[in-house]
Write a protein that binds this ligand. Structure first.
Ligand code: PEP
Ligand code: MG
Length: 327
């Protein structure tokens, strides 16, 4: 079986009826880019940059970050690298003493992700400068985590403009075109998607948090793990509308949460119109195998049937029945 999956490495991910799908890798450290290349990923769809900041007593400065981002960009050899600005807070707390975080009772609803970065503009700009410097070495995209309002996107863009100006002032080169995207992982952002498509260059759906916030289930709390249901109709409706509205507005959409790496869900996401999946590198061969066995037109019918259902158990059985015989 391993050999069969390995043989898929050089094959493009195309459905039986000719729809080309991009499979990107999620990475946490620059070294993970090797695994992404080993499975022939189309690029890095999610570089979780906060892992450079965790489990240490001093935070990385601009140069250390630049070095990490540049290594990932160079390792990907011209394939795009999407660097998410730090998503700390909640399940990813800094070890460095942080007064802002002390005493917060609901960290998942607190100062995390883009909110944290906007509250710490100096730290944010150091990261942005490091990312922009790395963009000289290959195609880089900036991804903003946990956006809930257009104001956050505007404020982040202002910081990017300032970071650029700071580099220019130093005489350091900055590439012109560094796309800025946003993560759709707060239900409000999915519902109000129309507000975001004019101000973002691309969208990436973070299903892990989207499920957590839609269902009010702490994703790290084992006592409610049974309630954490990716197939809940409300979750699927938010994903479907984000893909559809994003594509309609001409803004590319990817899914980078765990759902994108589940081969059983690949026909459903394909049927919702998804063309860009990002997942742990180890999942890429399995999802590719599933998509190679799909027809886009049939997947659309499956998605329509699933979206008309109100019971996630029924949805699960629809997906199991649609599973290609090869899997
Ligand atoms: C997500 O929320 O789905 C996601 C991809 O980000 P993280 O798991 O790092 O929160
Ligand atoms: Mg998330």
């Amino acid at each position: 079986e391993k050999a069969a999956l390995g043989a898929l490495r050089s094959r493009a991910c195309v459905t039986i009826d000719g729809r080309l799908i991009e499979l990107h890798a999620n990475i946490e450290l620059p070294e993970d880019a090797i695994a992404a290349i080993n499975v022939n990923a189309s690029g890095v769809g999610l570089f979780r940059s906060e892992f450079l900041f965790l489990d240490r007593d001093e935070l990385p400065d601009e140069d250390e970050q630049f070095d990490a981002y540049r290594r990932a960009v160079s390792a990907m050899g011209g394939r795009p690298v999407t660097i998410r600005t730090i998503d700390i807070g909640a399940d990813k707390m800094l070890r460095v003493p942080d007064k802002r975080m002390d005493g917060t009772e609901n960290p998942a609803l607190g100062l995390r992700a883009i909110r944290y970065s906007l509250a710490e503009p100096k730290m944010f700009r150091a990261q942005l400068r490091a990312i922009l410097r790395a963009a000289v070495y290959g195609p880089v995209r900036i991804l903003l985590p946990m956006i809930s309002s257009v104001r956050e996107v505007e404020a982040a863009r202002e910081q990017i403009v300032r970071a650029r100006a700071e580099l220019t002032q130093r005489g350091q080169p900055v590439p012109d075109d560094v796309p800025v995207g946003g993560m759709i992982e707060i239900p409000a952002a999915a519902v109000a998607l129309r507000a975001f498509t004019p101000v973002l260059d691309f969208l990436s759906i973070g299903t892990n948090d989207l499920i957590q916030y839609t269902l009010a289930i702490d994703r790290a709390d084992a006592t409610v793990a049974d309630y954490y249901d990716p197939l809940h109709p409300a979750v699927l409706a938010l994903i479907a509308r984000t893909i559809e509205e994003g594509e309609r507005a001409g803004v590319s959409v990817s899914v980078c949460g765990e759902m994108a790496g589940d081969p059983l869900l690949a026909p459903l996401l394909l049927g919702m119109g998804l063309r860009n999946f990002s997942m742990h590198p180890a999942q890429i061969p399995y999802v590719k195998q599933a998509l190679l066995a799909c027809r886009h037109d049939e997947a659309r019918q499956l998605a329509d049937a699933v979206l008309a259902e109100n019971d996630s158990r029924v949805i699960r059985s629809l997906l199991a029945a649609a599973r290609p015989a090869a899997l």
